[in-house]
Write a protein that binds this ligand. Structure first.
Ligand code: C2E
Ligand code: CA
Ligand code: CA
Length: 570
């Protein structure tokens, strides 16, 4: 094992004391013996032989300068000029100021003045020099990650194995810390900002592991590994490191996730242990309220399943496996509810897994950077459908599509959606855009700027899932939106809870003042419908009227609507 590893494992360091005077040797042996393993030499030549024999394990040389045979200067020069020896620090023992300077210039790491100081000072000085050399040597051996000064991944893995050998009975945890959507930080705030976060995170992790007998590395861009003795309190680790990191990223809207594989099974190799911790970490992607997960066996299966969905998306698209369903929206401001638009909701008719709901794949595609391909496909299909209804029934039925936050961060997003509308001969207002509330609060500046541009092009924008994000009611006044979709969570209890109903009434008042259309989603029963109508809600969507239905079925509703319209006109 290399000296660096031994040093890190807090083994006793080997110190060579070279002095021709027996009394000095004895004194240093006595002072240092409690802390270090001490080897003695009487002159330079003897010392050189010992150094050559122990070059892998020797931590430091304490060198007297004036000696017979080969003096200290000569030995120092040999050590400094030998590539195999120059990593060993030398401290000179001297009583002369001029000798101190000369030896420092020749490459000595430090000096200890004679007569000897209090033992603690000498020990501290030696320990500090060893530590310094261990660190710089690790760097020069590229065992460290240059950005964070933690170990690099290869060295870390090797070290973890050594750790196991030293502590064969210790329960160990493999921990992964990963910044979610780090690329967004780089995109929005620049690389320097991102690098700064990684460096600070690195030093927080380093401080943590050095106090808890652990080791750590940066595995890749924004992902860190920790290997340390088992603890039950993983929350505490998250808070100790995570809180600081989250604070740094405060306005960057990225999150830190932590995956733990606790009490690792030592029959797995180290890589596999961290694969498991990564699985745990990935199991919480898309779940915004959970930051920490521990590995269990089911994760293996889920991961394989998710990977398959990701890898089969493109094929699914080209084979037409994704189907757009339509859920009608009814205008309830008149005497009778009137079909006024619809929301397009995607389904995946997977050849092996059956029909999959969006919750099973949207967040996967978002994380995998694939969502824009699916969404643009959906927008295109919807636009083609609106055009078909126009042509066949002479009605224009606007449909709203879901626009993922990630879609909006794509540089060509506005061009792409405008192209789709134009290619099908529609006006932008026909394809309404549902943008979830949390997008406004997460990347507010960029999203608001893009929404403004979209609206100036004539697109109609609905704020989706209102009430689930963190925007306050007064934020609505400067949000560029045309309509508000009250989230199902708001609606579901209005018939049971007066408080919820009061909230809805309050929102209705504000919406009226701001001239916003209010759409209530998730309306399931008549009582909810009646209350919403009474409160002045404009549009209703939910199982009360219809579930999302396949396009053929929805087309029948469009046809009926067209006939009603014709009859009214007659
Ligand atoms: P969302 O935009 O909030 O869509 C409404 C969801 O509520 C739909 O679930 C719909 O089926 C469901 N729903 C409608 N009425 C009721 C009701 O009365 N009761 C109950 N319990 N549920 C109701 P779905 O279709 O599973 O979609 C889930 C989410 O997936 C959507 O939430 C949307 O965020 C996302 N999504 C769906 N299609 C797409 C898409 O093409 N692109 C993107 N980016 N996201 C999509
Ligand atoms: Ca929606
Ligand atoms: Ca919604």
């Amino acid at each position: 094992m290399s000296k660096f590893l031994e040093a890190r494992l807090h083994k006793r360091h080997k110190v060579l004391v070279v002095d021709d005077e027996a009394v000095n040797r004895m004194m240093l042996e006595k002072i240092l013996g409690t802390k270090f393993e001490v080897i003695l030499a009487e002159n330079g030549r003897q010392a050189l032989n010992i150094i050559l024999e122990n070059k892998e394990t020797l931590s430091i040389v304490l060198l007297d300068l004036l000696m017979p045979e080969m003096d200290g200067y000569e030995l120092l020069e040999i050590i400094q000029n030998d590539d195999n020896l120059c990593h060993i620090p030398v401290i000179v023992l001297t009583s002369e100021k001029s000798a101190e300077v000369r030896s420092l210039n020749m490459g000595a790491a430090d000096f200890i003045p004679k007569p000897y100081d209090v033992p603690e000072v000498i020990i501290a000085r030696i320990a500090r020099t060893i530590q310094l050399y261990v660190n710089t040597n690790i760097i020069s051996h590229t065992q460290n990650d240059s950005m964070t000064d933690l170990f690099n991944r290869e060295y870390f893995m090797e070290y973890a194995e050594v750790y196991d050998r030293y502590y064969p009975d210790e329960d160990m945890d493999a921990i992964v810390l990963d910044i979610n959507r780090f690329h967004v930080i780089n995109e929005l705030h620049g690389r320097a900002f991102g690098d700064d976060i990684l460096m600070k995170m690195g030093s927080m992790i380093k401080a943590y592991v050095s106090q808890n007998r652990g080791i750590a590395c940066r595995s890749n861009a924004d992902c860190f590994f920790i290997y340390m003795p088992h603890t039950d309190d993983h929350e505490a680790i998250y808070h100790e490191i995570g809180d600081g990191v989250m604070e740094l990223m405060e306005d960057a809207k990225a999150r830190l996730r932590m995956g733990v594989y606790e009490k690792v099974d030592r029959s797995f190799d180290v890589h596999k242990r961290f694969d498991n911790a990564l699985l745990a970490c990935n199991s919480i992607r898309g779940k915004f309220s959970v930051m920490l997960a521990c590995y269990d066996l089911n994760m293996q299966k889920k991961e394989a399943y998710d990977e398959r969905l990701i890898s089969e998306m493109q094929k699914g698209l080209s084979e037409g496996q994704f189907k757009v369903y339509y859920q009608p929206k009814y205008d309830i401001t008149g005497d009778k509810p009137v079909l006024s638009s619809a929301e397009a909701l995607v389904r995946w008719a997977h050849p092996d897994f059956g029909v999959l709901k969006p919750d099973q794949f949207i967040s996967l595609f978002e994380e995998g950077g694939l969502i824009h391909r699916l969404d643009r496909y959906v927008w295109d299909r919807v636009a083609a459908q609106i055009k078909y209804w126009k042509k066949t029934y002479r009605v224009t039925l606007p449909v709203s599509v879901n626009v993922s936050r990630i879609d909006m961060l794509e540089p060509d997003f506005i061009v792409a959606i405008s192209d789709i509308v134009r290619e099908h001969g529609l006006s932008p207002a026909d394809l309404r855009l549902e943008i979830t509330e949390s997008a406004y609060t997460e990347d507010s500046d960029e999203i608001i700027e893009k929404v403004n541009r979209l609206r100036s092009l004539g697109f109609v924008v609905e704020m989706d899932d209102f009430g689930t994000g963190y925007s306050s009611l007064n934020m609505l006044s400067y949000m560029p939106i045309d309509a508000l979709k009250l989230d199902r969570a708001f609606v579901s209890n209005i018939h049971k809870s007066e408080k919820d109903m009061r909230m809805v009434t309050l929102i209705m008042d504000i919406a009226e003042y701001l001239n916003l259309t209010v759409v209530a989603e998730g309306v399931e029963i008549k009582e909810q419908y009646d209350l919403l109508k009474k409160a002045g809600c404009h549009v209703i969507q939910g199982f009360y009227f219809s579930k999302p239905i396949p396009v053929e079925e929805f087309t029948l509703l469009v046809r009926d609507r067209a006939e009603d319209k014709k009859n009214q006109e007659l």
